[in-house]
Write a protein of this length. Structure first.
Lengths: 193, 778
């Protein structure tokens, strides 16, 4: 078996394997640089994120995003406060009610049915309320859910703007008295504030 | 050749019969695997194609599809190629015809038992390792038979040196044995059911160490070996570079093993393991491309054959797809890219570029080259092979492009936030519906690929009909006994000592503190420079030739190279077990309580139905995920999950915190008819769960095995398992009865509802007397 001279292009080994011969060409430089580059990147990456712990790992990065979002959200809200009144005002704005209706049909009709007459979830059109009829209470129910009753928390998935719209629409259902699920909760004769 | 005057020769007849057998099996199982692929793609496009039967549902057929493609199609193709080329490269007939036949029939038996058990719902619930424990044992036995036959043939060889293809075969045999055995360690509860020895995050790490390297050492290394034999044969050109073979072989097998954790990026897996997986995946890019280069550059001077030889066409596209996939792999392993691509169809595109492009076309090239030679005739129709090539390539591209588009679309859809910083698309199903067109494209692409493959079958059948099986007999020179360096000298040679020192310093760099890391880094630089200065550019090449003459030393070094990464990643993670916090980061009492008997039964239903094929149970620390699904998953939440069920794909939403999100009635309705609660869903109906029962006595045995695995069930828990199961089931059936639905308390439906309601939160009431039950599941 003869050894080819260094760096000679396409010098073939005499020896063959079942007729297959081999050249001994140099490794392409760009290929070597790719390999070295990846190794150097790996070393630097590791030192940045682990050895020196300067870079934020996924969970730390997540905490940072959450904080940043909260700050932005608070800034946007300004000093506006959500009250029974503001929610009732939203229920009086047709565009917002329409938004809420669309969302209600997308997410809520599964349990409360098309007109809010209830199936899995309670009837929203009668005068009986399990947690109370106040707009803020309804808002809280939609936002945070009532896990033990099977009501999902929609705050995360829909976000505050959409939750407000849904509540606005639900407020318009009150007292429409659609025949559906039997009343649950306590009777409230007078409508909320 | 160069040997002296007194050259002894001997006559050898190769066992080409075994190659023919494996080749027929390849052809047949290839058809089955592709057909199953088209079936499951149809089910994803049209849910009606699940036909409402348990054994035809997607969750059970998808594992059958993947197992058929990997182990039946590529497995048989690999055996065919190895049996054919090994005998010729070693100038020796396989050592034992009987062992070859045991290998063949044993493997087919394994495939048939897989095809019977998977649709029946007998599964271990770990991807590409679904087969139940008796089949796992059969795989290990057949693999050992193959290994004995192979190494015995090496021992009897009439060729002093081992060619590069043989190196890859050795790496395949050793590594697959290690991976399969370690990942399949279970404790049986019955002849068809078992629980993984590992739980939760550890189970996930072992599984993806296995899963990733099944790709590496079942779908890649043997096929590279096959490339190194069949490509220069077909091109009639020398291999481009011997030294590239050496460098990329060792780099590939050493680095591949470390990359497994890239399947678990941004999950509850400890961050250091994730980062190791990521950086080693990036380092894997060049070694993988080394194989592509040596393949494509071997064709220099033979490119004209691309016009006339279908075999070369298939190889060129196969190797190009190999290069594309091994670039895409490292890309997907970057945490930021992965946060977009994980759980989406992008991964489906990636694996099919590899499986259909690289494996499928390498198989086609090999078959077209081998069949005429094994039957002493010419290929029946080159034009038909050309047609296969073009139809297949077009189908493949359509498939991959559709899934790329769909995957990136899904990723962007899920993470899109509106101006207020909340989910822009809160409805998961909306994304699924928007991808429907691309799902149809995928179905068309896959069907075209299957059509092309049917042309191959026609061509094979007609070619065989025109010829007669031939067994090649050759006269080979019996080599003089070479007196190369011995085992000790080879294993303790300078390149090996250098590599071991370098690796040792590398381990210190990764696991040490700041000062240790800097010192280790300096040491590595000094070591590398010193070695370069001492030995120059061509260090180790003479040594490697000597190593190629000693198969034992070669095999031992391969074993060391592939064990390094596994040991470095798995062992520290196993030790972590004891440090797992019992209280969550948020401070609430999250002491993990074992699943109730009914919940455990429900979990087994979840596994048997293959829910993990479409649903994940791993919420990543990404804001769009916590908005959509709830608090991100932590590693301490999975300590009793034997096996883990993180999943790797979200055709449906994540389920880790689905517990308590909907009432029992919702789940019942959803299981009976998914579209009644989620319009647009492509989930099959699971109505049969209503009529299937949970077995009480079996449940007791399952609890006992779980206790053996470290889950704290008391004697009382185990003794009363059946009663507890019934009382919890009754809570569910009573609640449903109020809405007029009849459900047996011990039905599998009640069990899976109980499991889903338990997911991501603490224990649920198991009987009416429990004080916690007040206001609970009413």
């Amino acid at each position: 078996m003869s050894k080819p001279e260094e760096n000679k292009v396409d010098q073939v080994f005499e020896h063959d394997f079942d007729g297959i011969q081999e050249f001994d060409n140099r490794l392409p430089n760009w290929w070597l640089y790719t390999l070295y580059g990846a190794v150097i990147f790996g070393v630097l990456y590791w030192m940045y994120f682990h050895t020196t712990a300067v870079g934020p790992l996924p969970e730390e990065r997540y905490e940072m995003t959450v904080i940043q979002h909260n700050e932005e959200q608070l800034a946007r809200m300004g000093d506006q406060e959500l009250t029974d009144e503001t929610l009732m005002m939203m229920a009086a704005v047709p565009a917002r009610v329409a938004e809420g209706k669309a969302l209600f049909q997308q997410f809520c009709t599964v349990c409360h049915l098309e007109q809010g007459q209830g199936s899995v979830g309670p009837n929203l059109t009668d005068k009986y309320w399990i947690h109370g009829p106040e707009p803020l209470t309804i808002h809280g129910t939609v936002m945070n859910g009532v896990p033990e009753k099977g009501m999902a928390a929609w705050g995360g998935q829909l976000g505050p703007k959409r939750v407000n719209d849904v509540v606005a629409f639900v407020l318009t259902l009150k007292g429409t008295e659609v025949a559906g699920k039997d009343p649950e909760g306590e009777l409230y004769e007078t409508e909320g504030p | 050749m160069e040997s002296g005057a007194a050259m002894r020769t001997t006559q050898i007849t190769y066992d080409d019969g075994i190659t023919r057998q494996f080749l027929w099996a390849t052809t047949l199982w290839g058809l089955v695997a592709l057909l199953l692929g088209v079936v499951v793609a149809t089910q994803l496009s049209f849910w009606q194609a699940n036909f409402g039967t348990s054994w035809l549902s997607f969750g059970r057929l998808r594992p059958l599809h993947t197992n058929a493609a990997i182990f039946a199609f590529v497995g048989n193709m690999m055996f065919a190629g190895i049996y054919y080329s090994t005998q010729r490269l070693l100038k020796a007939r396989m050592a034992s015809d009987i062992l070859s036949r045991i290998n063949f029939w044993g493997w087919q038996l394994i495939i048939v038992s897989a095809a019977l058990t998977l649709p029946m719902g007998y599964t271990q619930g770990k991807e590409y390792a679904e087969l139940i424990w008796p089949i796992d044992i059969a795989i290990a036995v057949v693999w050992v038979v193959f290994a004995i036959n192979f190494f015995w043939t090496i021992a009897k060889r009439n060729e002093p040196k081992l060619y590069v293809a043989i190196w890859f075969y050795i790496a395949t045999i050793i590594t697959i044995a290690v991976l399969h055995i370690v990942n399949s360690l279970v404790i049986p509860t019955s002849p068809v059911h078992s629980y993984s020895l590992y739980a939760g995050v550890q189970d996930a790490l072992v599984q993806w160490w296995y899963g990733h390297n099944a790709v590496g050492f079942f779908l890649t290394t043997p096929i590279l070996g096959i490339m190194y034999y069949f490509l220069p044969k077909a091109a009639e050109r020398p291999v481009y570079s011997y030294r590239l073979s050496i460098v990329h072989f060792w780099a590939l097998i050493f680095i591949y093993i470390w990359a497994g954790p890239h399947h678990l990026l941004n999950t509850a897996l400890p961050a250091w393991t994730q980062s190791l997986g990521m950086v080693f995946s990036l380092m894997l890019w060049a070694p993988s491309w080394g194989g592509m280069l040596n393949g494509l550059l071997t064709l220099r001077g033979a490119w004209d054959k691309l016009r006339t030889e279908p075999v070369i066409k298939f190889y060129v596209v196969a190797i190009t797809f190999y290069g594309m996939s091994t670039f895409e792999g490292p890309l997907l392993s970057i945490k930021a890219v992965n946060s977009l691509a994980h759980y989406t169809d992008w991964i489906i595109a990636h694996v099919h570029a590899g499986a259909l492009g690289w494996n499928g076309f390498m198989a086609a090239g090999m078959i077209y080259w081998l069949v005429p030679r094994l039957y002493g005739t010419n290929l029946w129709s080159k034009r038909l092979a050309d047609a296969h090539f073009w139809i297949g390539t077009f189908g493949l591209l359509l498939y991959v492009v559709a899934m790329w588009t769909s995957g990136i679309n899904q990723g962007l859809f899920w993470q899109a936030l509106d101006a207020d910083g909340f989910l822009k698309y809160p409805d998961f199903v909306e994304g699924l519906v928007s991808a429907r067109f691309l799902y149809h494209m995928r179905l068309i692409g896959g069907t075209l690929y299957l059509l092309g493959y049917i042309l191959l079958i026609v061509n094979v059948v007609r070619t065989v009909a025109s010829g007669k099986a031939v067994n090649v007999t050759v006269d080979v020179a019996v080599p003089e006994k070479e007196h190369g360096p011995g085992f000790r000298k080879l294993v303790l040679a300078r390149p090996i000592v250098f590599t071991l020192m370098f690796t040792g310093l590398g381990v210190i760099f990764f696991y040490g503190g700041l000062i240790a890391a800097i010192l280790a880094l300096g040491g590595m630089l000094i070591l590398a420079t010193a070695t370069y200065l001492l030995t120059g550019d061509s260090w180790g090449q003479g040594y490697h030739r000597a190593l190629e003459g000693n198969s034992t030393a070669f095999t031992v070094l391969v074993l060391v190279a592939i064990l390094a990464g596994g040991i470095a990643e798995l062992i520290p993670s196993m030790i972590i077990r004891n440090e797992v916090p019992a209280i969550s980061s948020t401070g609430e009492l999250m002491t993990q309580k074992p699943y109730s008997p009914l919940e455990l039964a429900g979990r087994d239903v979840y596994i048997a139905e293959g829910c993990y094929n479409c649903h994940s149970q791993m919420i990543r620390p990404l804001r769009h995920e916590t908005l959509r699904y709830g608090e991100y998953s932590r590693l301490d939440e999975f300590i009793y999950d034997h096996p883990f069920q993180f999943g790797s794909k979200r055709t449906g939403p994540d389920l880790h915190r689905v517990g308590g999100k909907y009432p029992d009635l919702w789940h019942y309705t959803h299981m009976m008819d998914p579209r009644s609660t989620s319009p647009g869903s492509n989930m099959p109906s699971y109505a049969w769960l209503k009529d299937s029962k949970v077995s009480g006595p079996k449940l007791q045995r399952k609890l006992e095995v779980m206790r053996l695995l470290g889950v704290p069930y008391s004697d009382d828990d185990i003794a009363s398992a059946e009663a507890t199961m019934l009382s919890q089931g009754k809570l569910i059936s009573d609640a449903l009865a109020e809405t007029g639905i009849e459900l047996e308390p011990d039905s599998q439906m009640a069990a899976i509802i109980a499991y889903l309601q338990r997911m991501g939160r603490g224990p649920r009431p198991t009987g009416p007397e429990e004080p916690v039950a007040e206001g609970g599941l009413e």
